[in-house]
Design a protein around this ligand. Structure first.
Ligand code: ATP
Length: 498
C-alpha cells in the first residue's frame, strides 16, 4: 500500500528501536543508540530515567504507527522495523516475569514445571502483530521467540551477577561473554544458530583467581533452551545444566569415570554402574573442564576424540554413546608454551580454541580504572558483612590498602587474593601478601652485578622475570617495557631455562 509507515522523524526513531532489539547490551553501540533516541535529554537523565523515557517514547511511537501498520501501510522494510519494535515492547513488558522465573529457579535450585504467563505472551504478540510474524520471522513459532527472550534475560542477569565493576576491562569482558552466548549477530543467532551453538567450544583463559569459573558458569547457565508450548514448560532445567569438573584435582581414572561413566566392575572400586557427565548433560547443558592445561596427554587424546566424533564410551563398555551438550574449558596456563614443552597436544589445542574468552588480571582492571578497587572491595565486604556493616568494612579495608600496599601492587592472586585481603583485614586488621615476604627486587643480583658477571641478555632476562611477577601478562608487560610480547616471552624462557 502506498504511503510511508514512519513519516518525518519517526523513521530514524523507529530504526533506533529496531536496532535495540538485538543489540549486545554491553557494547558501546548500545549507548550510541540510546543517545540518538533520547537526544539532548540523554545527558540529564539517570540510567533508570533513561530506560523509562525510552519505553514511554516507544509506546508513543507504536501508538502513532499502529493504525497505519494495521491498514497495510508501509514498505516491507518499514513493516519489519515495526515488527522489531513490537518485539522490544513485548520483551520489556515481560521482563519482570522472566526475572521472577529465573530468580525463583536459583532460589529453589531447580526451574519450575509450568510457566504461567506464556498464554498472555502469545496474546500480546498476536495483538501487536495481527497478521502474524513477517519477513525473516514468518512461520517462526512464538514458542521460539519466547525461549529466546527468556534466554536474553537469563544471560543479562547472569552476566550482571557474576561480572561486577564498571571498569573498561569489566565492560569488555561482559560484552565478550554476551558474544560467546549469542555471537556478534543476535539476529542471525536467534533465527538459525541458537540450536547449533553447542558445537562451538569455549576456551576461557586468564590468570588464576580472575573469574574463569564464573565466566563459564555465566555462559553455561545462559544457553538457549527450547520451550514446549503444549507442556507450557522449558525442555530443560537451566539450573541443572552446568557440569563443572576440576581436572587438576582428580586422578586420570577418576576423571574418566566422572566424564565417561563406568560399568559396575570395570575397575576396582566400581561397585555400581555410573553415568558420567557426558551422558547426564542434555543437549542444552554444558560440561566445563577446568584446569584443562593440567590434564595428562592420555586424557587429552580421549577428550579430543569426544570433540571430533561427539561420542564417548563409558569405561567397561564397548558401545559408543552420543554427547549432545556443549564443552567449555579453562586454564591459567599458556597453552602455546605447554605445546612447545610437549605437555599439550597441538591438535587438541586447535580444537579447543574456537571461541576464546580472556579474563583480565586484577592489575589490568585497576590500571585502566584505579577507582574500581573500592567498588570490588565493597562488593566483597557487602557479601561478607551485609549492606550496612559492609560500608564500614569497605572504608577500613580501603584505608589499610591505601596505607600499606604500593599503589601499583601486582595482586598476583587477582580477585581471589582481594577476597582474602578483605577477610584478613576484617578478622586481623592486617594482611600479609605472599610476594612481599620474598626478598626485594634486585637483592639477589647485587653481587654478580657489582662484579660485572652478567651478560646483557642475562640481565634483561632477570629484569623481565622480576617485572613479570608484578605484571603477569606478556602483552601488558611488553607495553610497559616497550618490548614485543614475543620478546618478553623469550626472556622469560631464558630465565626459567624452558
Ligand atoms: N569479576 C569477578 N567478579 C566477582 N567475583 C569474582 C570475579 N572474579 C573472580 N571472582 C571471585 O574470585 C574467586 C576466584 O574466582 P574463580 O574461581 O572463578 O577464578 P579462576 O580464574 O577460575 O581461578 P583458577 O584459575 O585458580 O581456577 C571466586 O570466589 C569468585 O567468586
Amino acid at each position: 500500500m502506498a504511503g510511508t509507515l514512519f513519516p518525518g522523524k519517526q523513521a530514524e526513531r523507529a530504526r533506533g528501536y529496531a536496532q535495540l532489539a538485538w543489540q549486545n547490551p554491553f557494547e558501546p553501540e548500545r549507548e550510541e543508540i540510546e543517545k540518538l533516541l533520547l537526544g539532548e535529554a540523554y545527558g540529564r537523565l539517570s540510567e533508570r530515567e533513561r530506560l523509562s523515557a525510552l519505553w514511554e517514547d516507544l509506546e508513543r511511537l507504536l501508538g502513532q504507527t499502529r493504525p497505519g501498520f494495521a491498514s497495510g501501510k508501509g514498505t516491507q522494510a518499514e513493516r519489519e522495523i515495526f515488527q522489531e519494535m513490537v518485539f522490544v515492547r513485548i520483551y520489556h513488558r515481560f521482563m519482570p516475569e522472566f526475572d521472577r522465573l529465573i530468580e525463583q529457579a536459583h532460589e529453589r535450585g531447580h526451574a519450575g514445571q509450568r510457566v504461567g504467563f506464556y498464554d498472555r505472551f502469545v496474546r500480546e504478540v498476536e495483538e501487536g502483530l495481527p497478521g502474524g510474524l513477517i519477513g525473516r520471522y514468518a512461520g517462526m513459532g512464538l514458542e521460539r521467540l519466547f525461549a529466546v527472550m527468556d534466554q536474553i534475560r537469563r544471560a543479562f542477569l547472569h552476566i550482571h551477577r557474576y561480572i561486577i565493576g564498571q571498569s573498561p576491562a569489566a565492560n569488555r569482558l561482559r560484552a565478550r561473554i554476551w558474544q560467546s552466548i549469542f555471537t556478534r549477530d543476535m539476529d542471525r543467532y536467534q533465527r538459525v544458530l541458537a540450536d547449533r551453538m553447542g558445537d562451538i567450544i569455549t576456551l576461557i583463559t586468564g590468570p588464576s583467581g580472575s573469574g574463569k569459573e564464573l565466566v563459564a558458569r555465566g555462559i553455561g547457565l545462559s544457553r538457549y533452551i527450547p520451550f514446549d508450548p503444549n507442556a507450557r514448560a522449558f525442555t530443560e532445567d537451566f539450573v541443572k545444566a552446568f557440569y563443572p569438573i576440576n581436572l587438576s584435582a582428580l586422578s586420570p581414572t577418576l576423571i574418566e569415570s566422572e566424564l565417561f561413566g563406568h560399568r559396575r566392575g570395570a575397575f576396582t572400586g566400581a561397585l555400581q554402574n555410573r553415568q558420567g557427565y557426558f551422558e547426564t548433560c542434555g543437549p542444552h547443558g554444558t560440561v566445563f573442564l577446568d584446569e584443562i592445561g593440567e590434564t595428562d596427554v592420555a586424557i587429552q587424546i580421549k577428550l579430543l576424540r569426544v570433540l571430533q566424533t561427539r561420542q564417548f564410551v563409558p569405561i567397561g563398555e564397548t558401545e559408543p554413546k552420543a554427547f549432545t551438550g556443549k564443552l567449555m574449558a579453562a586454564t591459567n596456563r599458556d597453552l602455546v608454551a605447554e605445546i612447545q614443552a610437549g605437555r599439550f597436544r597441538e591438535d587438541f589445542y586447535f580444537r579447543l580454541n574456537a571461541d576464546r574468552v580472556q579474563t583480565p588480571s586484577l592489575r589490568e582492571i585497576l590500571n585502566g580504572s584505579p577507582g574500581e578497587l573500592e567498588t570490588l572491595v565493597a562488593f566483597i565486604a557487602r557479601k561478607m558483612a551485609g549492606p550496612e556493616e559492609g560500608e564500614k568494612v569497605t572504608a577500613e579495608v580501603c584505608d589499610w590498602i591505601g596505607k600499606k600496599l604500593p599503589v601499583d601492587y601486582a595482586w598476583p592472586g587477582n580477585f581471589r587474593e582481594l577476597e582474602q585481603c578483605v577477610r584478613n583485614i576484617t578478622v586481623h586488621g592486617d594482611y600479609q601478601p605472599e610476594n612481599l615476604e620474598k626478598p626485594a627486587v634486585g637483592e639477589g643480583i647485587a653481587g654478580p652485578w657489582s662484579r660485572g658477571e652478567f651478560t646483557a641478555e642475562e640481565l634483561l632476562a632477570r629484569y623481565v622475570a622480576e617485572q613479570y611477577a608484578r605484571i603477569p601478562n606478556y602483552e601488558e608487560l611488553g607495553r610497559r617495557l616497550k618490548l614485543d610480547r614475543r620478546t618478553v616471552k623469550k626472556y622469560l624462557q631464558l630465565k626459567t631455562g624452558s
